[in-house]
Design a protein around this ligand. Structure first.
Ligand SMILES: Nc1ncnc2c1ncn2[C@@H]1O[C@H](COP(=O)(O)OP(=O)(O)OP(=O)(O)O)[C@@H](O)[C@H]1O
Ligand SMILES: [Mg+2]
Length: 315
């Protein structure tokens, strides 16, 4: 049985390319595209695999892009189970503009799912997750999926005693009531959830503690983009400084972080070291162009560099 099972309700076929300049009306001549399987939980599974962990991705998919998505997961060696759906899986398009180094990201809505398709996803999850170490759900909910869907997943995980890791936003996050082991909101998502600005660190910790105090999650890791991350539990919190790297593309930083935190926990790291590994993976992903994720050697090098001074100081 897999150690980590991921669920992606709104997967995508990611197409990434570059162009000299993006302009209206005229044809924008693009470089040869790179195709990647995309969507939160699928990215998490890809990163787990890159880091030598054992992940299994579950997702609903249909249409030609759905078939391509499966082929790409086979290419990348990610074991998976596709729940067939009627609607066509979406394609997302990322263009790096070479002249300005700006990135343009076109994100399409996913196809609507039927109730039977949603139930088939849950049934497959219940089957595959039997005996697994972690269930990870990441990404948005496409039309047709009830807003409380991730709460149903949390309940399913809880009944089986499996820790549930969640990374989602908006209404899907707002509908959560209980049962998350580790939640990874970005500061933007936390701000939306709490409805306050959260300029100061103390306010950010307080907002994270609201999620914990209401029993929604045991652990909250707030990712702060270029400012690093905050690790918050009921008893303590820690502000973790960013790992500086040359930024090529920010696509997938959060998913890489979630994947690496989960791998770290499976491999027996304590929570703060697992979050450090997550930050190393988030930073390593920034070094790759377009929708490409991290490379293991970069993650290991960045992780070693960021924990070395701490180990030195502890001596
Ligand atoms: N510019 C950056 N410099 C250094 N580290 C970064 C940078 N951007 C992201 N990271 C690392 O990756 C982690 C995740 O990034 P981020 O906070 O942007 O989350 P995200 O989930 O990708 O954001 P969102 O979902 O809001 O788009 C950060 O906590 C940090 O460790
Ligand atoms: Mg995110």
């Amino acid at each position: 049985m897999p150690e980590i099972v991921t669920l992606t309700m709104n997967p995508a076929l990611d197409i990434a390319t570059s162009a000299d300049t993006v302009v209206p009306t005229d044809k924008v001549r693009c470089a040869p595209p790179r195709y990647d399987p995309g969507g939160g939980g699928i990215n998490v599974a890809r990163v787990v695999r890159v880091l030598g962990g054992d992940a299994f991705a579950i997702f609903p998919a249909g249409g030609p892009a759905g078939g391509t998505l499966e082929n790409l997961l086979d290419r990348d060696g990610v074991p998976h189970s596709r729940i067939p759906i009627d609607g066509p899986t979406r394609e997302n398009f990322t263009v790096d503009e070479r002249r300005s180094s700006l990135q343009y990201r076109f994100v399409l809505p996913g196809p609507a799912l039927t109730q039977a398709e949603c139930e088939a996803c849950l049934a497959r999850l219940a089957e595959v997750a039997e005996g697994t170490r972690f269930i990870v759900a990441s990404g948005s909910l496409p039309p047709g999926v009830p807003v409380g869907f991730f709460q149903t997943v949390a309940d399913l995980a809880k009944e089986r005693g499996i820790p549930f890791v969640l990374d989602t936003s908006g209404d899907a996050l707002r509908a959560m009531r209980s049962g998350v082991y580790l939640l990874k909101p970005s500061i933007r998502e936390l701000r939306e959830w709490v409805g306050r600005e959260l300029r100061e660190e103390a306010q950010q910790v307080e907002a994270a503690r609201e999620l914990i105090g209401r029993g929604i999650s045991q652990i909250v890791v707030v990712s702060l983009g270029a400012k690093g991350a905050l690790l918050v539990t009921a008893e303590r919190y820690e502000s973790l400084p960013p790992i500086a790297v040359p930024v090529r593309s920010t696509v997938g930083a959060g998913d890489s972080m979630v994947g690496a935190i989960t791998v770290g926990l499976v491999k027996g790291l304590d929570l703060r070291h697992a979050v450090r590994l997550g930050m190393a993976a988030g930073a390593a992903t920034l070094m790759s162009p377009g929708t490409e994720l991290c490379h293991r050697a970069d993650v290991e090098r960045l992780y070693a560099a960021c924990i070395a001074p701490e180990a030195e100081a502890a001596r």
